[in-house]
Every structure is written in C-alpha cells, then in structure tokens.
Design a protein around this ligand. Structure first.
Ligand SMILES: Cc1ncc(COP(=O)(O)O)c(C=O)c1O
Length: 410
C-alpha cells in the first residue's frame, strides 16, 4: 500500500491550517475544501425547490439524486431508494421509531443497550412509555468493553420487536460484532436498528454483510455537512407509515423525508463521499466509487490505529490516568481511535478547558453516552476526557496532547 499522504490530506481541510489540534473528532470532524465548495456552488446555482421546469430546479433534482446514490455507495446499499436523509441521526431515529411503533402493542419489547449514545436510546424509551412497551437493557461487558452475544440471548423472546444497537461507542471507542448480534436478534424475529455514527468515520459500513434492517450515521462526523443519513431495507421503508404531509411524495426515496430538502447540504454529502473516494485513489485504490471508498477506509485505518496505540500508551504512562476502553494492542481492531480517560484527582471539565486554552480541542462529560457513564460508575457530570483521532491527525498532535496532559497533571 502507498504511504499515507498526510500532508496532502491536511491540505484538503482549510480548518487544519489553524494551529489548533482537532482532537474533538467524535463530536464532529473538519470539512475538506471540496465539501465547502460543493455547498457553496449549490447555493449559487441550485437554490431552487425540486421538480420545477427550469434549469436551477433541474440542478437541485440532480443533487438530490446524487446524494442518495452517494450514500448508497458509502453504506453498501442496493440503491439510493434505501436512503433517507434528514436533519440528524437523532431526528431520524425519533421519526422512524414513531413510524415503527405504530404497529406495536403494549407488552411488546424493545432492547436498548448500556453502550449506546442517547440518540439510539431515548427515542425507544419515549416510544415505550407511550405505547406500553417493555424495555430490556443490554449491558456491555466491562472487561471486554463490548456487547457479548451471551448477554443478548436471554433478553430475546417472541415479543422482541427491535434491538437498537451501537456499532462503535462514542465514549469507549469499542466496536461491536454487529453481524453476530444482529443474527441472534433476527433469529428471534426482531428488527435491528444500528447506530453507525461513530463507526462510519473510521470503517467501511456494509449493510448487506451486517444483516440489520436500519442503520444510521451523521455526515458531520465523516467530513461532511450537518445531516443525518438512514439506510433501511427497501421493502420495509416502502410500507412503513411516513410522518410527512399529505401531499408529499409517497415513493422512495423521499417518502420518509419531511419538508423541502436542504439541497446545498445534500451537495456537500456527495462531496464527502467523493472526498473519501479521492483518498482511496490517492492511496492506491481504483474501481467503482464504493471500491475507492473501501480503499480510503483501509488506508485511513492503517494510518490511524498506530497513532491511537501511541496515544493510549502515552496516556497510560501518566500516573493515575485510566483509559476507559480497550488498551491491548492485539485488540486494536475492536476499537475506533476514540480514547477516553479519567483521573481520580482531576476534573475532566477543567482539563478540557485548560487544553482548549492551549489550542487542543477535546471534550469532557458523558458526551450523551449517559448509560455508558452510569454502567462504568463514573460521575455523570464529570464523565470522561475524550480524545478522538481522525485520519488527518498527526503523531505530533498525539505527542502534543500527551505532553500537555503531563504538564497539567504535574
Ligand atoms: C454514537 C452516536 N450516536 C448518535 C449521535 C447523534 O447524532 P446526531 O447529532 O446526528 O443526532 C452521536 C453524536 O455524537 C453519536 O456519537
């Protein structure tokens, strides 16, 4: 494989010209020039509603179709008809949970996990409250940091309607074996709704291989604009009750998209997929856009994970600092490069503020992984100090944060 072109990659992101170290990537990534230009040129040339008999509207139509096709390529969907684009993952999940729940009866069951972000917990809890559903809680294993099939099995029964499952944790960074967990839930007759928000910035999603029914992600975490993207099986989406206005299109895609689309951001979505395809080509991959995207993820992972290991080792060498997640180098493939730490004598909020003062961007708190914080027995308000790498970060930035933390903890 070609050496990772880090300097060229960084040149694509105008924000990285700043002296700040962007280690806040699990909360949102920076955006390459081509995404910025696509949004801006859509605003200049396609700021029209869809379906009109004039050129600007035809351009908007083309962007709309291209965005669905691009996300189909990104996620391995059969076609753009399986893609629903909306404001955010949380918004899409609230919406689709309403549609799904209409057919469920009191006493039906949903499984939510102690590993998920609230975006894949609260919508199901609210739905359960309203419809009298039973909620079953699936823990993650505090030793392996993952959800184990053994813990899922006893929760499944003939009343299980849905498993809401995390692909990668936004706090611990662990990656679940989604295919294995999905197979168990499907065998029990349940639907599976996967939150891939934290996986999609780092790994190739393949909805076909996972076997799930729905999968959601957020473009602003994979170098795109602020939009949520949902993949669903065409047969399910085509039948599912849409919470949309009466005269909205009933066909896919669009059936579950509420209101006028944010065309300029859709243009940015296409550009985000094309950026990844560009990265794939730069790192030696050819073929279809999907194949180049796959190549980009492989190259990014090969670059990111040794940095993540250096970060983990550097943090662990600081007395008292504890990593809340997988640290073993043999298990690096079971995590994304999001590393959270706690120290008994230091406030995470104060540390994040001090680091911010030094131009090092990180987050503290539970980061909406409320159940993770609780399951680990952490102080909810304090949570963790979360450092998250993306493929544009450098060894120098890893050294910088480790050095800064050493200084702050002296
Ligand atoms: C794992 C995970 N799921 C869901 C969300 C929510 O995504 P959105 O902001 O698009 O609603 C986040 C945001 O941080 C997340 O990390």
């Amino acid at each position: 494989m070609t050496a990772f072109p880090i300097a060229l990659v960084r040149q694509q992101f105008p924000a990285l010209a700043d002296s700040a170290a962007f280690l806040d990537n699990p909360a949102g990534t920076q955006v390459p020039r081509q995404v910025i230009e696509a949004v801006s040129s859509a605003l200049a040339g396609a700021a029209s509603n869809l379906g009109g008999a004039f050129e600007a509207s035809r351009r908007a139509d083309a962007i709309y179709d291209a965005a669905h096709d691009a996300m189909a390529d990104l996620l391995g969907a059969a076609s753009g008809r399986e893609i629903v684009i909306g404001q955010s993952m949380s918004m899409l999940t609230f919406q689709i949970s309403r549609s799904l729940g209409r057919g469920w009866q009191p006493g039906d069951e949903v499984i939510v996990t102690r590993m998920d972000h609230e975006g894949n917990v609260s919508p199901w809890l609210r739905l359960a409250e309203e419809r009298g559903l039973t909620v079953r809680w699936l823990p993650f294993n505090r030793e392996t940091w993952r959800i184990e099939p053994e813990d899922l099995k006893p929760l499944l029964n003939e009343r299980t309607r849905l498993l809401a499952l995390n692909y990668a944790s936004n706090l611990t960074g662990s990656i679940n074996d989604v295919a294995a967990l999905t197979a168990l839930a499907k065998a029990a007759g349940a639907l599976v709704y996967v939150d891939a928000v934290q996986f999609a910035p780092h790994g190739l999603v393949d909805v076909g291989a996972l076997g799930c029914d729905f999968l959601v992600c957020s473009a602003y975490k994979f170098f795109g604009p602020h939009l949520g993207v949902l993949w669903g099986r065409e047969a399910i989406l085509a039948d599912l009750y849409p919470y949309a206005v009466r005269c909205a299109p009933q066909e896919l895609p669009g059936r579950h998209e509420i209101g006028t689309p944010q065309t300029e951001l859709f243009a940015g979505l296409v550009a985000a997929a094309d950026y990844l395809a560009w990265l794939g080509a730069e790192t030696g991959s050819g073929g279809t856009r999907r194949q180049r995207i796959a190549g980009a993820y492989a190259a990014a992972t090969a670059y990111e994970m040794p940095l993540a290991q250096d970060l983990i080792d550097g943090l662990r060498a600081i007395p008292g600092l504890k990593v809340q997640g997988i640290t073993n180098s043999n298990r690096l493939h079971q995590r994304v490069p999001t590393v959270s730490v706690v120290h008994p004598d230091h406030s995470n909020k104060a540390l994040a503020k001090a680091l911010g003062g030094q131009g090092i961007n990180v987050w503290s708190g539970h980061n909406y992984a409320l159940e993770v914080a609780r399951h680990l027995g952490l102080d909810e308000a304090e949570g963790v100090l979360r450092i998250g790498l993306a493929h544009y970060n450098t060894a120098g930035e890893v050294e910088r944060i480790v050095g800064a933390l050493k200084g702050l903890m002296k």
